[in-house]
Design a protein around this ligand. Structure first.
Ligand code: CP
Length: 305
């Protein structure tokens, strides 16, 4: 399977077979069964927003692949002073072999990809977080041995990047994805994205507003922060409106006894989940964080190798 030179902006652009290939490769590379390298290659890492996991996992990933990664932010590049995304993409493409970008607007990631002649990897936009979902699916493969047939329930804001990528990725791989969110336009599904997700899905994508009903029989309980970067002015309102959707011990008790709890991190104990859930035995949040490294190494090796 040849993916060389392709962008990685959304899992909508990848088939089930391609995702399976990347997950299989990531698991084999993690176990040391397959070795890949990007010797002498460079990755530009462009950040409009803060990061802990994304920055470190991409940078360490490039080091482990024997390549090099460069951190770039708005404050110390000409992008922050108005240079266009198109000119930046063309310039960077003359130096590096891949561009990783964390941007506010997905349209800016598309603009970057339009002008870049090297692969552009989306490291989070308002619409998608495909690298996180790859790490999540890899974690589920390790914990459950499969994705198809599982019930994944996502609690909280289901109109945003993490739910979108979860719905696209997991339903494509055959899981049933349930959005458990308030019956309010601020938290409801992005129907344009869901329409595309359903086209490639072999599992179902549905909505259930009742938290206890949604959690019934779940294999995976997932949530994300209630106040994403750029939403600080709405914090008090969001905390109040999403409060009934906190994942706590009662929710976990409704799921299957061997259900796992997932969160892409950073987490806010007492908000989107209680401390006993994220720090409890069913939580796999640090496996997900570790798997960012392995999943992204596989993606970079295939796209930039
Ligand atoms: N999950 C995630 O993307 O983490 P960071 O914001 O720390 O990169």
């Amino acid at each position: 399977m040849n993916m060389k030179g392709r962008h990685f902006l959304t899992l909508l652009d990848y088939t089930k077979e391609e995702i399976e290939h990347l997950l299989d490769l990531a698991i084999k590379m993690k176990k040391g069964e397959v070795k890949k390298d990007l010797k002498g290659k460079s990755l530009a890492m462009l950040f409009q927003k803060s990061s802990t996991r994304t920055r470190v996992s991409f940078e360490v990933g490039m080091t482990q692949l024997e390549g090099h990664a460069l951190f770039m932010d708005m404050g110390t590049t000409q992008l922050g002073r108005g240079e266009t995304i198109g000119d930046t993409a063309q310039t960077l493409s003359r130096y590096v072999d891949g561009i990783m970008a964390r941007l506010y607007k997905h349209s800016d990631a598309e603009e970057l990809a339009k002008h870049a002649t090297v692969p552009v990897i989306n490291a989070l936009t308002d619409l998608y977080h495909p690298c996180q979902t790859m790490a999540d699916m890899m974690t589920v493969m390790e914990k459950k041995g499969k994705i198809a047939g599982l019930k994944v329930v996502f609690f909280g804001d289901c109109g945003f990047n993490m739910f979108n990528s979860t719905a696209i990725g997991f339903s494509k791989m055959g899981a049933d994805v349930v959005a458990c969110c308030p019956d309010h336009p601020n938290y409801s599904l992005n129907e344009k994205v869901m329409e595309k997700a359903r086209e490639g899905a072999t599992g179902k994508i549905s909505v259930e507003h009742g938290p206890m009903e949604a959690a019934e029989g779940a294999d995976i309980i997932m949530t994300d922060t209630w106040v994403s970067m750029g939403q600080d002015s709405e914090k008090a309102k969001r905390l109040q409106e999403l409060r009934p959707y906190q994942v706590d011990a009662r929710i976990m008790a409704k799921a299957k006894p061997d259900a796992i709890f997932m969160h892409c991190l950073p987490a806010h104990r007492g908000e989107e989940m209680s401390a006993d859930v994220i720090d409890g035995k069913q939580s796999v949040v640090f496996d997900e964080a570790e798997n960012r490294l392995h999943a992204q190494k596989a993606i970079m090796a295939e796209l930039m190798g």
